[in-house]
Design a protein around this ligand. Structure first.
Ligand code: GAL
Length: 384
């Protein structure tokens, strides 16, 4: 049987699509004029938006929200359908643009149904005119051991995206500032984890040395395009202990040989980056899987570092667990100077399709980004 025939594919997808629609109970979609963090958020079809671990690309007067399409039940975190996209003109009301990168039914494909595709981020390359999607890929049946970054490309923002390849980045290249001594150090691989000598070795680069030939691990990730058009791939590496920031090639389709280690042994993931007043800020989380922990804010004068840890940007009740959520993206609101929305996921690991979105305004007036809880808010908050 030919499995790539459209009718055969539809028959395979139908039962999955049934489980992939989380309706907001009796709620019917009515136009929104505000955000309600943590509440069911209906799309134009009255279905809870399904775009987890997402990111937003702005094109013209339209926002495009890309995210993981989750399904119901205990396997719902696996990629059973693909990466979805929604569009909006106002950030409150979202139209389902469908699955833009579908999982494959081909057993030889790296994105075969049942793999893990997480935290997709799409950027537009001005010089090639291509939409470039990077995402965290874990190969089917291998849990989180593959730790690869995946790449897909399209000529159209709403796809379809063509899957290109996945890999562990920066194979055979050393990070910026690595000394000859660090490059040549012979590591004691029997050090017990979470001891001081082990931590010092990680800070010194023992895991980056371990993965020098095969390429560096790449899990939670984001892509950041700077004002000069240069794009950077930011990912949790070294067993989630150290973040890596890597310069992408001019076409955004590959890694240059320029990369840096950030907050070594700091145990950060879920990175989201924004820039204001000449400074780069990064919000991350600690590493506690689907369970929330306290967000972390770091600052740098240059994207490639050095980065300095500042503390928890969240304030008020719930701040110690990031209001029961984990960072995924920071959106600069176009046309409003120094206006940023913190986007986070409230994961529901036993029924992932029910995962919620926590979007909150970032306040800058104290000189340092601050995030406080709001039951409901709208963009006029930035005019106050
Ligand atoms: C989280 C991570 C998610 C997902 C999850 C799996 O820490 O941020 O994207 O990978 O772990 O347990």
């Amino acid at each position: 049987m030919q499995t790539n025939h459209p009718i055969v594919l539809l028959l395979i997808m139908l039962p999955l699509m049934g489980t992939s629609c989380f309706r907001g109970g009796e709620n019917e979609y009515k136009r929104y004029n505000h955000f309600q963090p943590g509440k069911v958020w209906l799309d134009n079809d009255s279905i809870h938006i399904n775009a987890h671990g997402g990111g937003i690309l702005v094109r013209g007067d339209t926002y495009y929200w890309f995210g993981e399409h989750k399904t119901a039940g205990r396997h719902g975190n696996r990629a059973l359908v693909g990466i979805g996209c929604y569009s909006s003109k106002d950030l409150y009301n979202w139209t389902n643009e469908g699955i833009v990168l579908a999982v494959s039914q081909d057993t030889a494909s790296e994105i075969i149904q049942g793999c893990l595709m997480e935290r997709p981020k799409v950027v537009f390359n001005e010089s090639t005119g291509k939409y470039v999607m990077w995402f965290h890929l874990e190969l089917k049946g291998q849990e989180y051991t593959a730790a690869r970054t995946g790449l897909a490309v399209s000529d159209h923002v709403t796809g379809p995206y063509t899957y290109i390849r996945s890999f562990r980045p920066n194979a055979g290249t050393w990070p910026m500032g690595f000394t000859e001594a660090q490059k040549n150090r012979i590591d004691n691989t029997s050090l017990e984890w979470w001891t001081e000598p082990w931590e010092l070795a990680v800070v010194d680069g023992s895991l980056a040395r371990r993965d020098f030939n095969a390429g560096q691990m790449s899990r939670d990730m984001t892509v950041y395009v700077d004002d000069d058009g240069k794009a950077y791939h930011v990912h949790a590496s070294e067993e989630n202990l150290t973040l890596h920031i890597s310069l992408l090639t001019e076409d955004y389709l590959d890694f240059e040989e320029t990369w840096t280690r950030v907050l070594p042994a700091g145990h950060n993931e879920a990175p989201a980056i924004f820039k204001t007043d000449g400074k780069y800020y990064m919000i991350t989380s600690g590493c506690t899987g689907w369970a929330p922990n306290a967000a972390r804010l770091s600052v740098a004068d240059q994207l490639l570092g050095p980065w300095e840890y500042l503390g928890n940007p969240c304030v008020g009740e719930g701040a110690d667990l990031t209001f029961d959520s984990q960072s995924t993206f920071v959106l600069p609101v176009p046309g409003k100077k120094d206006t940023f929305i913190f986007m986070a996921d409230r994961w529901k690991p036993t029924n992932p399709i029910n995962g919620r979105y926590v979007w909150l305004p970032i306040r800058l007036e104290t000189g340092q980004p601050v995030i406080a809880w709001h039951d409901a808010w709208d963009l006029s908050i930035f005019d106050q």
